[in-house]
Design a protein around this ligand. Sequence first.
Ligand SMILES: [Zn+2]
Length: 85
Amino acid sequence: MTGSNEMACQELVELITDYLEDALSPGDRQRFEEHLALCPDCRNYLAQMRVTIRLTGALKGDAIPSELRKQFLGVLRQMKRRQLH
Ligand SMILES: [Zn+2]
């Protein structure tokens, strides 16, 4: 189970609350952490997420500002567009 099983940034974004709640299966958690090791952007996103959670004091799924998530996905899209040149 290597290579083809790589996690995409978008998948990481979707799993991030489960990760922070420690609710991922061991397999997903490992893929999540492998992606983080390779992807500085997702590390940034996770750091931002942790700060936001500390500030709002809540980690209840939909309490996570969807703005932050939208913002990050927008940044990803821009990066991909740039890489296509
Ligand atoms: Zn990523």
